[in-house]
Design a binder for this molecule. Structure first.
Ligand code: 6PG
Length: 243
C-alpha cells in the first residue's frame, strides 16, 4: 500500500462526534506535549459543527496555547450565514474565552487582498493539525475539481471558484495542507460512501485526480475519521484505531 494511504478510523455513526472530539483533543495534547503552542486549522461545512460544540464542552484542552486558523472561507463577511467563521464562532469560539489567537480569513475584503492578508497571518510555519471535510464532488477545504487555482502548489493561500454559491472562496492550498503535521478528514453519511471509496483508491495509488486525493501530508500524517456509513464502500479499511 502506498505510503500516502490514509489511516482509516471507522466508528459507528452514533459515536462519530464523541470519537472525533476525543481524537482532536488527543492530537492537540500531543502537540502541546512537545511544543508551546498548537496551530490548528478548522474546517467549514456542516459535518464538523457538532464536533466543535463537543470540543467547546471539554475541559481538557489548553485553548490558551492553541492558535486557530481556517482551512477556507467563502467570500462573505463574518456575519453572513454562509460564513465558515460564523459557524465556528457560534459552535466553538464564543464558548472558549482564552484561545491564544484566531486568524480569520476576511471574506468581506476583495478576495486577492484577503488571501494575501491571510497568507501573512499564516506565516511560514507549518500547521500542526488541519481538520478537513469532503464534499460530494471530492472537494476539500475550498479546493474544487477542474479549478485551476485549486491545483496551485506555488502558494499557501488561493482564491478559488466553487460550482455552488458563494462561488468565490479563499482556501489553504494543497501545499499548505500537505505541509501540516497531521490532517484529519471528517466524513459521515451514506451519501459520500462512493466518493470516499474513489478518493481512497486515488490517494493510495498516488494517481490523484480529485482535490481530496491530493491531500497526503508528507512527512505529516493523514487520518480519515469516518462513520460506518461513509466507510461502507471501502474494501479494506485499515485497522480502526485511535490517532
Ligand atoms: C466549506 C468546507 C467544505 C466542506 C465540505 C463538506 O467551506 O463548505 O470547507 O470543504 O468541508 O463541503 O461539507 P459538509 O460537512 O457540509 O458535508
Amino acid at each position: 500500500m502506498s505510503s500516502r494511504a490514509p489511516q482509516i478510523v471507522v466508528v459507528p455513526a452514533g459515536d462519530f462526534v464523541a470519537m472525533a472530539s476525543d481524537n482532536i483533543a488527543q492530537a492537540i495534547a500531543a502537540v502541546l506535549a512537545r511544543r508551546p503552542r498548537c496551530r490548528l486549522a478548522l474546517a467549514g461545512g456542516s459535518t464538523p459543527r457538532p464536533v466543535y460544540e463537543a470540543l467547546a464542552g471539554r475541559d481538557d484542552i489548553a485553548w490558551s496555547r492553541v492558535d486557530i486558523f481556517f482551512g477556507d472561507e467563502r467570500a462573505v463577511g463574518p456575519d453572513n450565514p454562509a460564513s465558515n467563521y460564523r459557524m465556528v464562532a457560534t459552535a466553538l469560539l464564543d464558548a472558549i474565552e482564552d484561545v491564544a489567537s484566531v486568524a480569520r480569513i476576511e471574506g468581506e475584503r476583495p478576495p486577492e487582498e484577503a488571501a494575501q492578508h491571510y497568507a501573512k497571518a499564516l506565516g511560514s510555519q507549518a500547521l500542526d493539525i488541519v481538520l478537513l471535510g469532503m464534499g460530494g464532488d471530492g472537494h476539500t477545504a475550498s479546493l474544487f475539481p477542474d479549478d485551476a487555482a485549486s491545483a496551485r502548489t506555488d502558494t499557501d493561500v488561493v482564491v478559488t471558484c466553487s460550482p455552488v454559491p458563494p462561488t468565490t472562496r479563499i482556501s489553504l492550498s494543497r501545499r499548505a495542507l500537505n505541509a501540516a503535521q497531521l490532517a484529519i478528514v471528517l466524513v459521515v453519511g451514506p451519501g459520500k460512501a462512493e466518493r470516499v471509496a474513489q478518493v481512497y483508491k486515488e490517494v493510495a495509488s498516488a494517481t490523484p485526480h480529485l482535490p481530496l486525493s491530493h491531500i497526503a501530508p508528507d512527512p505529516g500524517r493523514l487520518v480519515w475519521l469516518l462513520d460506518a456509513e461513509a466507510a461502507r464502500k471501502l474494501e479494506q479499511p485499515n485497522e480502526p484505531n485511535l490517532l
